[in-house]
Design a binder for this molecule. Structure first.
Ligand SMILES: [Mg+2]
Length: 278
């Protein structure tokens, strides 16, 4: 029987930014990998909210170059310390402590370890309170499962923490596998993490798509590893198209992209497709 997939209605202006794989037979997709932070979960929103707790608790002596928005400075020190964590030089809890201490030291506040630990506890508690999935996530995951696709969450963060977040937000039930840089010892865009996800799903890179909010780490990294890379650009960045990388600005457009540009597992009746939640 011929497949009869119908894309879920989109709440956006439509997949107008999609760069089509036109002119050749659509590739078959058996599985989808999804990044977690800023793809499924509003990580930046919760982390910014939590950082304000730290800043509000400690008078800052030195405003960083670039103005009084401390988020870029936090991101920079986070990237430096996350690399040490992935390399195995620090465990996750030690990394968090060292990062907060280094961040405050850069701002002219050299605090003792007990004070840093108390601040970090407050920051984490605020982050946990602020975790939210984006509103387009559950309808999209519902559709992907109903379409017969196997799903993996692929993250550059700590595995236990990400499993905890997925479970607390009711998202763990959608995934056949969770692959984390913290557990694997290597991070996106290293092909190893993408290939590990494919192995755990029992699929090949050629029949797997990976979608995430980072063009370099997610979409290009997946493409370079032999998967189909898709960029989720929620900010609708004014950037020229990247050859071979479809772009969508909401997960509500992912079903339409999969139906029009790829082949997905057979669904024999349109009645099996869910009506997206609003
Ligand atoms: Mg991300």
């Amino acid at each position: 029987m011929t497949s009869a997939l119908v894309p879920a209605p989109s709440t956006s202006a439509g997949p107008g930014r999609v760069v089509a794989n036109s002119g050749h037979e659509p590739p078959t997709i058996d599985a989808i990998c999804l990044d977690i932070d800023d793809t499924l979960i509003d990580f930046t929103g919760s982390a910014r909210s939590a950082l304000s707790v730290v800043i509000g608790s400690v008078p800052i002596d030195r405003v960083p170059v670039g103005g009084d928005d401390l988020w870029p400075a936090w991101q920079r020190v986070t990237e430096e310390h996350s690399a040490l964590c992935v390399a195995g030089a620090l465990d996750y809890d030690a990394m968090r402590h060292a990062r907060t201490k280094a961040f405050l030291a850069d701002l002219g506040r050299d605090l003792d370890d007990d004070t840093v630990a108390a601040l970090e506890d407050r920051r984490l508690a605020q982050m946990s309170r602020a975790w939210r999935p984006f509103p387009d996530v559950v309808p999209c995951l519902d559709w992907l499962r109903a379409a017969g696709l196997r799903l993996a969450a692929v993250t550059n963060a700590s595995g236990p923490r990400q499993r905890e977040r997925l479970a607390s937000l009711g998202l763990a039930r959608f995934f056949d596998a969770v692959v984390s840089a913290g557990e694997l010892g290597t991070a996106k865009p290293d092909p190893v993490i993408f290939h590990t996800a494919c192995d755990r799903l029992g699929v090949t890179p050629a029949t797997t798509a990976h979608i995430g909010d980072r063009l370099d780490h997610d979409a290009q990294g997946a493409r370079d590893a032999g998967l189909h890379g898709i960029w989720l650009d929620r900010a609708n960045t004014p950037a020229p198209p990247t050859p071979g990388i479809p772009v969508i600005d909401t997960l509500a457009d992912l079903p339409a992209l999969l139906v029009t540009e790829y082949r997905t597992p057979t669904v024999t009746s349109t009645s099996t497709l869910p009506v997206p939640r609003r």
